[in-house]
Design a binder for this molecule. Sequence first.
Ligand code: NAD
Length: 490
Amino acid sequence: MISLKLDRPDLIRTGAYIGGQWITDGPTFKVQNPADGSVVAEVLDGGPELARQAADAAAEAFETWRKALPKTRSDLLRRWFDLVTRHAEDLARLMSLEQGKPLSESRAEIAYGAGYIEWFSEEARRNGGDVIPRNKDGREMFALTEPLGVAAVVTPWNFPNAMIARKMAPAIAAGCTVVGKPAADTPLSALALAALAEEAEFPPGLLNLVPAAHGNARGVVQAWQDDMRVRKLSFTGSTQTGRKLAEAAAPTLKRLSLELGGDAPFIVLDDADLDVALQALKAAKFRNGGQACTAANRVLVHRDVQDAFVARIEALIDGLKVGPATDPEAEIGPLIHQDAVAKVERLVGQAIEAGAQLRRGGRVHPQLGGTFYAPTLLTGVTAEMEISRTEVFGPVIALQTFADEAEAIRMANDTEYGLAAYLFSKDAGRCWRMTRALEFGVVGVNEGLVSTEVAPFGGVKQSGYGREGSIHGLSEYQSLKYVCFGGIGD
Ligand code: NAD
């Protein structure tokens, strides 16, 4: 048994963090461990009033932070990164407590999230805009990068640390100040990051967080939507919510980044290395129990290699260990709550009814029960089934077959989403050809785990717009000021 007790229990914060102060007075909501329903903490249930206070603090701090030297921004983010790294084990335990994922995955997420803080602490010093070759004598021309202003960030429960880090770090590096609302199921990971920001001596108002129960999410975010000083909204979550937020952002014309849902195809061609594809599928499907926007939602296999690949998947599933984060061998944890279990049960049930064959799993885990869903394999799935059109968000492999490259591309693109796609083949020409034809923002070729701070991440179509990570992640929080500087003679 692994203990999830923290060495620094003071990293468990239950208030809102506004203007450098922790506010704890007010109604609360419960944060529960999805593995057993136990209450991890009671957290302040913020509302529009606290959201406005957070925006006030951020707007005031912006007047100073916008002028801070790039080196100052860089150093501050570096101090935050150092503290996150120093307390990584505690942050991982806390994440497993509130989100349920195996500790090894929580550790990986903390390192992944910290990567964004480190990357943007470095990028903060390197983004100077452009000198434009002049088009007339007697003038010089420039495009200066400027911070947008106060940025609001709204994040989901599936990656509760990394989604905060990959939004707040570039915002702060760009010279913005931030207000944020973490997901109601997992606010503690975000609040612990705020505690470490405080320890890193962030100026008051630079980073503000307002937790809220499910019912209050809309009120908090709407207060920021209505606020003209909030110039940017960066959202990660479902497409359904993303659409509502885009609509609500229209009156104030906020700049938006929307990182939304996915329906990733995982294409295995007849010349693929099936062992490489299997290891990639393990990561792309079973990481976080399948609760990822990049999760392989539709496994498309060439019919000639179906039997060989299915046999491998069955062996993989037979060897997978499902369990709570306290189990050192657990590779798959619980789903986030009972509603998520019910959704997976419904999708799997419908697929079977419509003719899919159940090869493994297909129900709640026989020993663990509750929110633990057994790793599942369905073959004979078709594009018409709802399981092929909806984010499953569970450990379910839904396998379809195709006859040739053209059919694989047609099937892969037959979705309203366009976040991640995976492709497996040993033929480089084929890989390039197909990569070009895939209508997705991220393509993994012979790789199942592709997201990193050094590369741009984001979708097309109904998976949203905007990019996070890489040099492009910074521009989401900047505007360009074109300066035409004349009257300087020859
Ligand atoms: P969600 O849309 O229900 O919630 C996301 C966030 O929005 C939460 O903080 C929630 O409290 C808030 N919210 C919900 N309704 C709101 C409203 N009406 N007004 C304002 N805020 C509101 O999504 P979720 O269930 O928390 O997360 C899962 C979804 O996130 C999946 O669709 C997944 O694919 C997506 N996701 C996308 C990415 C990406 O980078 N593209 C990454 C992770 C998760």
